[in-house]
Design a protein around this ligand. Structure first.
Ligand SMILES: CC(C)(COP(=O)(O)OP(=O)(O)OC[C@H]1O[C@@H](n2cnc3c(N)ncnc32)[C@H](O)[C@@H]1OP(=O)(O)O)[C@@H](O)C(=O)NCCC(=O)NCCS
Length: 322
């Protein structure tokens, strides 16, 4: 039994924030576009993460020709749930009225959708479930200090795809997943958990906003993502030339160009959309997947790579056969 992508959907807030918005805090369109490849991002004006996830899920279900009652499992990747408790997946399950589905969140930040896809695939390959709704959704605008220059990196958005069981030779072939908790300080939200519960001091110090060591993110990403791609290709005895395209997480254009160079993948084969959405964290992979499929079609047997790296550290690659 394999898990294949039966339908996709994505949804981003209507509100567009262009790079010029950050002139006031000492950034510029030139710097942001040159370093990151971002022109603009969507920022929620009140919609929660589960609102975005719900809209993306509705589109994915319609694309898959399924109803919410066909869904056995909802796996939602997010670092910005509506509330710490209960899970954001529970909010989405309620909105969808997917009353048959069990639902839970995955916490792997920018690698979340990849880890969620791997989780959903295991439930299908084991025979336990037939239809799994995988969602990646984030509203990093809620954990951003808008007075700091690192506010330029992220946008809000959600993507979803339905995984269904098939006996055909298609779907997810393999996953290469990794975590290294020694990197935990390089991208973190210091307060709001059991280590530093929220209090007036943590709020005054802005510890409820994300803190990022951009150079460490860059240097780690360009090391570990190529290693993971090499590993999955080697394990499956596949040459990089056989890859039709890569649908990566969208951290920065420079990271993706360097990853492509290191694995000998022509950059034309790497899908990007950070110019319009910036980094939507958990949303990036399902959004780029949905957009790609709305604009082009793959042939049976085409091989795709999904790759991601995020806080934790977490990172990995998936190999998919169309
Ligand atoms: C953050 C990053 C762009 C920094 O690139 P870099 O070439 O190392 O740049 P530096 O840190 O040396 O800074 C270069 C200059 O830009 C300035 N700068 C930093 N942030 C800026 C911003 N938002 N806008 C404008 N200028 C900025 C710095 O102050 C520095 O100025 P100086 O030369 O006058 O001192 C790069 O490390 C990166 O892309 N990291 C990955 C971040 C990422 O993808 N995060 C997503 C999480 S998955």
């Amino acid at each position: 039994m394999r898990a294949y992508i039966r339908g996709t959907g994505s949804y981003t807030p209507k509100n567009i924030v262009k790079n010029s918005h950050f002139d006031a805090i000492g950034s510029s369109d030139e710097w942001i576009y040159d370093k990151l490849g971002i022109k603009e991002r969507r920022i929620s004006t009140g919609e929660t993460t589960s609102d975005l996830a719900f809209q993306a899920a509705l589109i994915a279900l319609s694309d898959a020709d399924l109803t919410p009652l066909d869904i056995d499992l909802i796996v939602l990747a997010t670092a910005t749930p509506d509330r710490p408790v209960p899970s954001c997946a529970c909010f989405v399950q309620e909105k969808l009225e997917a009353t048959r589905a069990v639902s839970f969140d995955i916490s792997a930040v920018c690698s979340g959708a990849l880890f969620a896809a791997a989780t959903g695939t295991q439930f299908i390959e084991s025979g336990m479930y037939k239809n799994v709704l995988v969602i990646g959704a984030d509203t990093f605008s809620n954990i951003t200090d808008w007075s700091r220059r690192d506010a330029v990196f992220f946008g809000d958005g959600a993507g979803a795809f339905v995984l269904s069981a098939t006996e055909e030779d298609k779907g997810f072939l393999d996953f290469d997943l990794h975590t290294d908790g020694r990197g935990k300080e390089h991208f973190t939200i210091p307060s709001g958990g059991s280590e530093r519960p929220t209090c007036t001091d943590t709020i005054a110090e802005g510890q409820h906003f994300f803190q990022m060591n951009g150079k460490e993110v860059f240097n780690t990403a360009i090391e570990v993502v190529p290693q993971s791609i090499h590993a999955i290709l080697k394990k499956n005895n596949i040459d990089i030339d056989a890859i039709k395209c890569m649908l990566p997480h969208q951290p920065s254009i420079r990271i993706l160009k360097e990853v492509a160079r290191r694995v000998n993948l022509p950059f034309e084969k790497v899908k990007t959309n950070m110019d319009r959405y910036a980094n939507t964290s958990g949303g990036t992979i399902p959004i780029i997947l949905d957009e790609t499929l709305k604009n082009e079609s793959f042939d049976q047997g085409d091989l795709l790579l999904f790759s991601a790296v995020g806080a934790g550290w977490t990172w990995g690659t998936a190999l998919y056969k169309w």
